[in-house]
Design a protein around this ligand. Structure first.
Ligand code: SF4
Length: 384
């Protein structure tokens, strides 16, 4: 089911806080007094009286309440909220943003919208304002998240632009969520600075991986894709520095018309020079942001690159590299590649289309980005 992670429609039923705040959701009116101060009580039924001491109150049904501050009526877009979720409430905008959802395996922290690349297919085009409040919120949210959380992603923008604050954020995650797997999406360039890479390694997070894009074996082609001169050299040096500090690295290669031609050479380059990376992901295009704006130039139907994809995958596998195909529908892949395909699209933006009705492979198939409305492979046919 699609989920709007940030949605307006929150209506104040009483006096409110003046500024945005972060809190955890609880549906337990008998929660211990000690925990109430950081929790919002979520009530689905009638509420004539509200227990004291909670950070605030979220009601699914309108009830005349006047004796508590921060009582809000939720809109229909907030149907998914449940105990353990951590949210940011902005009373002035009337919005709720889910920072962490217990029911999801796709929890991702956006830590900045700033970036030093300008990729032609960027799904989250950079903005250049001060957005340090994003990390301020996360620093409040992390101690509220269940230690049972299995996986959290960190994304931008470019997270490494946070500098030392990224190191502190990873240390905070290690302290509060030591069993939670962390995956950071970064262009890797800032780790060309060996001391920064050492700082990341010194966090000694037990389950941390950096996902770093490399789009060609040719420096000038990678630099063109990311629209930054010298980026290839910095990224490769960053990868080497992180690995030197025993930080795990995943290479990410996004397949589109500008990269597809050299995909087999890219795989050979990785198999010869970067065999120490921990994972290689060959990824379909997410058609939002610049990718959507440049779709005419970038789109290529996956059925038209199955030969190159197969060659790249086999090269990587022969080199002993763990290899995955992300963001592809099974019916658009050569059946010999199905064992490499992963369900990689985050739940909140993942859909299946009409043609998928009755498909017996639907459970194993990654489906589509909800944004993939303009172009879809001509090979989409249900397995019967
Ligand atoms: S028909 Fe739909 S569910 Fe079936 S393999 Fe194709 S995309 Fe996946």
């Amino acid at each position: 089911m699609l989920v709007k992670l940030s949605a307006r429609g929150l209506r104040a039923l009483s006096a409110t806080s003046r500024t945005p705040f972060v809190a955890r959701i609880s549906e337990d009116p008998a929660l211990s007094e000690a925990e109430r101060a950081s929790d919002l009580l979520l009530l689905s039924g009638e509420a004539s009286e509200l227990p004291q001491g909670f950070r605030g109150y979220l009601l699914r049904r309108a009830t005349p309440i006047s004796d508590r501050e921060d009582v809000y009526l939720l809109g229909s877009d907030h149907h998914y909220l449940r105990t353990g979720d951590v949210v940011r409430i902005d009373p002035a905008r009337g919005s709720v943003s889910a920072l962490y959802r217990t029911a999801s395996r796709s929890n991702t922290f956006l830590v900045t919208e700033r970036c030093d690349n300008f990729c032609v297919m960027c799904s989250q085009p950079p903005k250049f304002h001060d957005d340090s409040w994003l990390v301020d919120d996360l620093e409040q949210a992390i101690p509220l998240i269940s230690s049972e959380a299995t996986e959290i992603g960190i994304t931008g923008g470019e997270p490494a632009l946070l500098g030392e604050r990224l190191v502190r954020l990873l240390a905070l995650l290690r302290r509060h969520l030591p069993r939670t797997s962390l995956h950071v999406l970064s262009n890797g360039r800032r780790f060309a600075d060996g001391s920064f890479a050492r700082g990341i390694g010194d966090v000694k997070h037990p389950d941390l991986m950096f996902g770093i894009p490399l789009y060609s074996d040719l420096p000038e082609e990678h630099d063109y894709i990311v629209q930054a001169r010298g980026a290839f050299d910095e990224t490769v040096r960053g990868i080497l520095n992180l690995k030197r500090r025993r930080v795990r690295v995943e290479l990410r290669f996004v397949i589109h018309r500008e990269t597809v031609e050299r995909m087999p050479e890219f795989a050979r380059f990785v198999a010869r020079n970067l065999t120490f990376v921990d994972h290689v992901a060959l990824m379909g295009l997410e058609p939002v942001g610049f990718a959507r704006a440049n779709l005419e130039t970038l789109w290529i139907d996956p059925v038209d690159y199955q030969g190159a994809l197969g060659e790249a995958v086999m090269t990587l596998e022969r080199a002993g590299l763990a290899t995955s195909i992300y963001n592809h529908q099974l019916c658009a892949l050569d059946p010999r590649l199905h064992r490499f395909a992963r369900k990689s699209i985050s739940d909140w933006k993942n859909i299946y289309v009409e043609a998928c009705e009755g498909c017996r492979r639907k459970e194993d198939c990654g489906g589509f980005f909800a944004s993939a409305t303009l172009r879809r492979s001509r090979s989409i046919v249900a397995y019967t």
